[in-house]
Unconditional design. Structure first.
Length: 605
């Protein structure tokens, strides 16, 4: 899903909101926003108008969010979001909207309006609270959705950027110019980071360098940016195709290749020697506080690193016990480590080709389609397709990811399966991974979010990692109810995926709170799972550059599961699973405390 991985990390939960709130509570609204409010009669209408105005004002600053929400007006933009004036302008916008929001009488709001108020207030306060941490000094990393990798995905036509006519291609040419400026600013910021000691770990930089080297091309037409042009067919006139071929050649040869070459030189000669030896956030100035912020950003809960670490250890122990039951069911004679070795090394558990992997996911999709109405009464209109990652990005990519469908229905969702390493995509994980990324996981949640009606835009375009990833992991637990996991090894795959998320609680807090090294974290995951070293290394390096994000999955799943159990116990025979799932999915994303409040209100009613 995963453009949101970075966006969410920069805009979620609040640690120091109280001071911000007090500072703005009695201020006078900006005159333009005051006029927006005064044009509406009710407090509810004022709230919706204000949030709509905020979205309209900020979308040009966040054109990728607009793109993924079906708004193509800004497809030519890639703002220099790393520049000091851009950052200051964003803070000023958030402050003026917070002042305006506090001029609305919250006491006169109820129901969904009250949720909207609290969500908008929290989002603004979180954004302001994050301003104390220098995210802009760490603009690049090795992860698949680092901006340099994500830009190439957009340009290659495998993501949300449309290439249906000449204007679409011209839009991307303009966007590419913005990206070059952004990259030049990134290098300036990274030099500032060197001076301030805010730099990436050495292992991360080592993984970044080959990604930049791969885009240094002697023949510009070999760039993956030419893929949409080569596949345009009759979408372009001969005249436009000739013009665009020249323009793309110029872009890659004179703009893209030089900026990737210069970044490669910078990383090797300047940044790598200055990169830090530490692997967790404690090695950064104010790193402990920064990590605490990221915990609340990603979990939306007031939970400590120590609590999360202990929860992770407890869940790992529980899941190991369930795995031993599977071993007994299949007649395996040996301890858990021996079972892991059997699973990792027996050829029956692995595919023989990339095509075979993709076919397996297509088969799960076909089997799932007639089953979902057992647990869901509202099914998304959008479909999804299964695709492999681009070859140049697959090595550093996760096992799978999902990109949501276009809101206007012009493009289906995309389920990316990593076919780079056949042993990293075992047969026993296919059902679980498909459920998580596609149906009824991310594809259901994000498609229904896009398709929901009668909610303010601020609600349907909102995002919380703990909600989205918590839902996807909870969705895995629905497999048996949906008629999957009948094969014990497929059920082992479900346990293995859950174990993966439980281990994340341990290693993320280990790295950033307990001072573990990269090697310690890798060793822990290797010793407690069937994961191969290449996948473990990729994951650990992801946690190193996205602190706290990996905590959201298990935290969200445990909360949703607990809410279901609470409702089942309170309602007894009146409990309806399809209604419960509607309550979770159909009002847009909510932070976990608000989601709990919503379910409690349903139980009480």
């Amino acid at each position: 899903m995963k453009k949101h991985l970075i966006a969410a990390a920069l805009s979620a939960a609040l640690l120091q909101a109280c001071g911000t709130t007090a500072a703005t509570q009695n201020s006078t609204p900006d005159p333009a926003l005051a006029a927006v409010l005064q044009a509406q009669e009710s407090q509810s209408a004022r709230l919706v108008a204000l949030t709509d105005n905020y979205i309209e004002e900020t979308l040009p600053r966040q054109p990728i969010n607009a793109l993924f929400n079906g708004d193509n007006r800004f497809n030519h933009l890639w703002p220099n979001s790393l520049a000091a004036d851009f950052i200051a302008e964003g803070e000023a916008i958030d402050r003026k909207y917070l002042v305006a929001l506090h001029s609305i009488d919250k006491a006169k709001l109820s129901g969904q309006d009250l949720y909207t108020y609290e969500i908008f207030e929290g989002n603004l306060q979180r954004s302001l609270a994050g301003g104390q941490y220098p995210f802009e000094l760490l603009p690049l990393n090795q992860f698949i959705f680092s901006p340099h990798n994500f830009f190439m995905q957009l340009g290659s036509g495998i993501s949300a950027q449309p290439f249906n006519n000449a204007q679409d291609f011209d839009n991307f040419l303009a966007r590419a110019e913005g990206f070059v400026v952004w990259m030049e600013q990134a290098q300036k910021n990274m030099r500032q980071g060197i001076r301030q000691g805010v730099v990436q770990p050495k292992a991360v930089v080592d993984s970044m360098i080959p990604q930049f080297e791969a885009q240094i091309l002697d023949d510009p037409t070999k760039s993956m940016l030419f893929t949409p042009l080569n596949q345009a067919g009759d979408k372009l006139s001969d005249e436009d195709k000739l013009r665009l071929t020249r323009a793309y050649t110029q872009l890659v040869d004179k703009r893209m290749t030089p900026v990737f070459r210069e970044m490669t030189r910078f990383l090797k000669e300047e940044y790598l020697p200055a990169a830090r030896e530490s692997d967790g956030m404690a090695g950064l100035p104010n790193g402990v506080s920064w990590y605490e912020y990221m915990i609340e950003v990603n979990t939306t809960l007031p939970v400590s690193a120590e609590q999360l670490h202990q929860t992770g250890l407890s869940e790992v122990k529980r899941i190991h016990g369930e795995m031993m039951k599977v071993a007994g069911e299949v007649g395996f004679d040996g301890d858990l480590q021996a079972f892991f070795e059997f699973i990792k090394n027996d050829p029956q558990f692995y595919f023989e080709s990339a095509d075979e992997i993709l076919a397996a996911y297509e088969a799960v999709k076909a089997r799932m389609e007639p089953k979902v109405d057992k647990l869901f009464s509202v099914i998304p209109k959008a479909d999804y397709v299964v695709r492999p990652y681009p070859e140049s990005q697959a090595k550093s990519a996760p096992g799978a990811s999902y990109i949501p469908a276009a809101k206007d229905g012009s493009r289906p969702g995309v389920f990316f399966a990593n076919t780079y390493n056949l042993k990293g995509q075992p047969r026993y994980g296919v059902e679980t991974l498909s459920i998580h990324e596609a149906v009824p996981g991310h594809h259901f949640q994000l498609s229904l979010q896009n398709e929901v009606e009668d909610l303010p835009k601020i609600r349907s375009q909102n995002f919380y990692t703990a909600y989205a990833e918590g839902w996807a992991l909870y969705a895995e637990s629905l497999g048996k109810e949906l008629g999957f996991f009948t094969d014990p090894y497929q059920y082992f795959g479900k346990l293995n995926a859950e174990l993966f998320r439980a281990m994340r609680l341990v290693v993320d807090t280990g790295l950033h709170y307990k001072g573990w090294s990269r090697e310690q974290a890798i060793e822990y995951m290797l010793n407690n799972s069937t994961m191969v070293e290449s996948d473990v290394t990729s994951e650990i390096e992801r946690y190193m550059v996205m602190p706290g994000q990996a905590l959201a999955y298990k935290t969200g799943q445990l909360k949703i599961q607990a809410l279901r159990e609470k409702a089942e116990k309170a309602l007894g025979e009146r409990f309806d699973i399809r209604t419960f799932h509607n309550l979770i999915l159909l009002d847009g994303p909510l932070p976990l405390p608000l989601l709990e409040k919503k379910i409690d209100e349903w139980i009480a009613s």
